[in-house]
Ligand binder design. Structure first.
Ligand code: DOR
Ligand code: ZN
Length: 335
């Protein structure tokens, strides 16, 4: 039986939510990942040191063992230097959302006035706190990410020492930015390595394929695959696994988010094997992130086996991507 072992897999973009949802889904990621960057878009968002500490404790209480590191984030606001100094040791990054662009982002940034943001971003540069960005404008849905490139350029040029992570990129335009600015990095989800807009609305409308940013064109998929499969040194895996209760997805007014946490590594093996690039998966799913963020995750050895795995129809009340379908890889053991 063919197997593939991954050391210390990391999910560099994860939504764990809170309350019962957190308790139900956090163990799924803690099982097969050494750590994850935990998104702060709770209601209300995570904006104080006390919020970060308390949320981290709730995450740790929800996972069955200590072999999982939640890398905590703050929700971007124009914070002052004294606050950032004080909170720096509790966080791994700060996540910036344009206001109203996605789930629970109403308190985000409403105008990208560089001078208004300068004190915060300069302090972050000096304290070496990366800025994770949801890069979409409020333009036409297929153009939102490409339109955001000028904002990435503005940020990258004005704050050359700031590590800027273009989160969950979906376009060839974002891929092209990686080699243009030294301080721009990116995460890529597994669903954006599989889906195009056709898979969302080309046939029947598929609510469990709907997320923000929406899956784009075949040429965008090809560009994402090219950097992921080569494990471009500035690219990391970040699932953007975003659970919503079934009734919020299978509804008129479907919530955005694809739930992939429990099947992400299996799908990644399938994709990388298909292109004969399994040897690069370790870099994509852990080593690049360790280097970019300067983190040393908990030891974990995850062995996957090439055998059929039927994706469960539902986890608690959350429907995963490819529910009921058969994947080619299964998790065999975790040590
Ligand atoms: O599809 C998405 N869902 N995109 C995001 O940016 C947020 C996420 C969520 O929190 O549900
Ligand atoms: Zn997200």
């Amino acid at each position: 039986m063919k197997t593939h072992t991954l050391l210390m897999p990391l999910d560099m973009h994860l939504h764990l939510r809170d309350g019962v949802m957190l308790e139900n889904i956090a163990p799924l990621t803690a099982y097969s990942f050494s750590g994850a960057i935990i998104m702060p878009n709770l209601v209300p968002p995570v904006t104080t040191k006390e919020d970060v500490i308390a949320y981290r404790e709730r995450v740790m209480a929800a996972v069955p063992n200590d072999y999982f590191e939640p890398y905590m984030t703050l929700f971007y606001q124009n914070y002052d230097r004294a606050f950032l100094n004080d909170v720096a040791e509790e966080i791994t990054a700060i996540k910036l959302y344009p206001a109203g662009i996605t789930t629970n982002s109403e308190g985000g940034v409403s105008s990208f006035d560089i001078e208004e943001m300068r004190p915060t971003l300069e302090a972050m540069s000096e304290l070496d706190i990366p800025l994770c960005v949801h890069g979409e404008t409020d333009g036409f849905v297929m153009d939102r990410e490409a339109e955001f490139m000028s904002i990435y350029e503005l940020l990258a040029k004005n704050f050359p020492k700031l590590k800027i992570i273009m989160e969950h990129i979906t376009t060839k335009e974002a891929v092209a930015m990686l080699d243009k600015y030294e301080n721009l990095y990116a995460t890529i989800t597994v669903h954006h390595l599989l889906l195009t807009l056709d898979d969302v609305i080309g046939g029947m409308m598929m609510p469990h394929h709907f997320c923000k940013p929406i899956a784009k064109r075949p040429e965008d998929l090809d560009a994402l695959l090219s950097v992921a499969l080569e494990a471009h040194p500035k690219v990391m895996f970040g699932s953007d696994s975003a659970p919503h209760p079934r009734e919020k997805k299978e509804a008129c007014g479907c919530a955005a988010g694809v739930f992939t946490a429990p099947i992400a590594l299996q799908l990644l093996c399938e994709i990388f094997e298909q292109f004969d690039k399994l040897d690069n998966l370790q870099d994509f799913v852990s080593d690049n992130a360790q280097r970019i963020y300067g983190i040393c995750p908990e030891f974990k050895e995850v062995t996957l086996e090439r055998r059929p795995f039927v994706v469960p129809e539902i986890y608690g009340n959350v429907v995963p991507l490819y529910a009921g379908e058969t994947l080619n890889w299964a998790i065999e053991s975790v040590e």
